[in-house]
Ligand binder design. Sequence first.
Ligand SMILES: Nc1nc2c(c(=O)[nH]1)N[C@H]1C(S)=C(S)[C@@H](COP(=O)(O)O)O[C@H]1N2
Ligand SMILES: [Mo]
Length: 240
Amino acid sequence: MAGQPKPRAEGAPVGRRAVLGMLGAGAAGLAAAPYLQRGWEGLLGAASQVDATGLTGLLPNPGGFRYYSVVGSVPRKDETNYALTVGGLVTKPKTYTLSDLRAMPQTRVVHDVVCTDGWRVDKTPFDGVKLADILDASGVRSPGAAVRFTCFDGAYTESLTLEQARRSDILVALNMQDKPITHEHGGPVRLYVAPMYFYKSAKWLSGISVTDKVVPGFWEERGYAIDGWLDDADRHGEAA
Ligand SMILES: Nc1nc2c(c(=O)[nH]1)N[C@H]1C(S)=C(S)[C@@H](COP(=O)(O)O)O[C@H]1N2
Ligand SMILES: [Mo]
């Protein structure tokens, strides 16, 4: 004879098994939604976006980052196949491999990472090549006034004015927290725009194109501000 399921007392703590079940169901429910499909970070990325309990924050998720992607899967790139193309309104279009970028002078920027969703990671070190150096190497030509970034996820885009792009706290970043940027964080190469909200920092960077005016990026076409300045940013100077 089948026993009656026992009603759970109101306010009783949700068991560990139930929490794991919810996380599993949440991740499975995201099958058609944007998330990364591989690895622990990918699973956390998926779970954290459907987790109303906040309990994914208790799983080992070092440093408090959330993992975002607007597409379901992104090709992996490494030293054998990574390429960054620089073109548009420049005199010398160029393509950089990962080792080309590693051989250039490296700059370190330490700043707080802040997402518009409300999470932040204070004093995060990034290292890489100054975007300004890459623009100088290709020579911006008239009427170049803005920079557009594309990503090898095939969907995300970002943009900056040329004046912003020449700041010394904006990097074509290779390292984050003193380690090569992982695939989940947009590696091997992502943009890091220290004085602005993290949505400006395009992951999986594949292209830099100088344009005559600012072309709104992925989120900016969906309502985000084109200028993503953080509250403490010195808008005309350098790193705050
Ligand atoms: N290609 C790409 N870049 C992106 C995004 C994205 O979905 N795709 N999300 C942006 C947003 S909103 C944030 S907060 C950060 C998240 O970076 P993380 O996944 O390394 O934490 O990446 C930004 N760059
Ligand atoms: Mo974000």
